[in-house]
Design a protein around this ligand. Structure first.
Ligand code: PLP
Length: 400
């Protein structure tokens, strides 16, 4: 439409939301659809967090807050980074926004000029390249396959950097692959960045708490402290505290960057909900004793889903060490035909086939810039996962 802006015409809507929309459409038509397309914990928000929100309502905490977030929440964020990550910030170096998503968006809006490049190792969350485009920048996609554990190597990073590179966006544990960068791997990437002072690191740690092995969590600014002056560390309450709908995320970094991000926020959303902010203080400062049960449940589901995926001929799935997604390679199924003789040649064809045939909504790897894969979210009930995998296996067996 001629009325729409170029930057909108150039961007794609979120593929995960699109899959969910198609699944809902089929549901309205009376089909039983199991949606494994959205990444959100199916647990309730912890009771003490809900109680804190109710108290904030009754205290009438219903006014505008600071653009950067309430001082009390930013202090709680400072304590979180100190205690859990060994990172030292002042409250002025913290921005709270409407989810980690808005922190990423603010940062790109605040820093990216037309023609600037942002290195996006893929598979990556669908929003990364699109947010770079919306900021007028150029996403530089670096595909990282199963052979490197879906992680970017120092050589790949070095090769992707140009004088126009502004950021590298790193997500560990990763959506969609579940990959987790070790301390040594981050140190090696940090060494590359030390040679390129124009490049900043955007570290999206939103899945920090969803990990299945004993390796301690590592974050770039702590691993390479020399880089802390050009690192934005992003986290939030959505995934760890089952608070996706509350819309609270936060970022920590150099003061000048945070100030510029506050400017973007002040002229767009102002801030996230005052009640959600009060609840998030309770989340960050409160007990984490509910977490092992969360993670155990996810781990049980992960193990079941990965085992059943690998039992499907033509499918091969690594055991993801973090997040709540399985990301199997499905190349072995591509090029086959369905019952009606229709060719299934891409991962997107396969995802559509599985939606129509099996009534299971999943997202094709191409949406995450790594074709030949599918992403299954296992943040769903055991019964739904079991039934979904039964249907997927049966539909895959019908391809020939
Ligand atoms: N970063 C990644 C990698 C994600 O997968 C998501 C949510 O799916 C987010 C950020 C956004 O989280 P929030 O709900 O805090 O905006």
């Amino acid at each position: 439409h001629p009325f729409l802006a170029q930057r909108v015409l150039g961007a794609k809507p979120s593929a995960t939301k699109e899959m969910t929309r198609m699944a809902n459409q089929l549901k309205r038509e009376g089909r039983t659809v199991i949606a494994l397309s959205q990444g959100e914990p199916d647990f309730p928000t912890p009771a003490h967090v809900r109680a804190a929100a109710k108290e904030a309502i009754d205290r009438n905490e219903s006014r505008y807050t600071d653009v950067a977030g309430t001082f009390a929440l930013r202090e709680a964020v400072v304590r979180k980074f100190e205690r859990e990550n060994g990172l030292h910030y002042t409250p002025e170096q913290i921005q709270v926004g409407c989810g980690a998503k808005q922190i990423l968006y603010n940062a790109l809006q605040a820093t990216v000029n037309p023609g600037d490049e942002v290195v996006v190792p893929t598979p990556a969350w669908v929003s990364y390249p699109e947010m770079v485009l919306l900021a007028g920048g150029t996403p530089v996609i670096v595909r990282c396959g199963a052979h490197s554990g879906f992680k970017i190597t120092p050589e790949q990073l070095e090769a992707a950097i140009t004088p126009r590179t502004k950021w590298v966006m790193l997500n560990s544990p990763s959506n969609p692959s579940g990959a987790v960068y070790s301390r040594d791997e981050l140190a090696a990437l940090g060494e590359v960045l030390l040679r390129h002072p124009q490049v900043w690191m955007m570290a999206d740690d939103i899945y920090e708490k969803i990990r299945y092995d004993a390796t301690p969590f590592a974050t770039p600014a702590a691993v390479t402290p020399e880089l802390a002056t050009r690192t934005l560390t992003i986290n939030g309450v959505s995934k760890a505290y089952a608070m996706t709908g509350w819309r609270v995320g936060f970022g920590a970094g150099p003061l000048e960057l945070i100030k510029a991000m506050n400017l973007v926020q002040s002229q767009s959303t102002s801030h996230t909900s005052s009640i959600s902010q009060a609840a998030s203080i309770a989340a960050l400062d409160g007990p984490m004793d509910f977490l092992p049960a969360f993670v155990d449940a996810f781990q049980r589901r992960r193990d079941a889903v990965v085992t059943r995926l690998n039992a499907i001929e033509g499918v091969s799935c690594e055991l993801p060490p973090g997040a709540f997604y399985a990301f199997p390679g499905v190349q072995g199924l591509l090029g086959r035909r369905d019952k009606s003789g229709k060719l299934v040649s891409t991962d997107a064809d396969l995802a559509l086939y599985l939606l129509r045939e099996a009534g299971v909504a999943i997202v094709p790897g191409s949406a995450f810039e790594l074709p030949g894969h599918l992403r299954f979210s296992y943040a769903a009930s055991d019964e739904d996962l079991s039934e979904a995998l039964r249907r997927v296996a049966a539909a895959c067996a019908e391809l020939h």
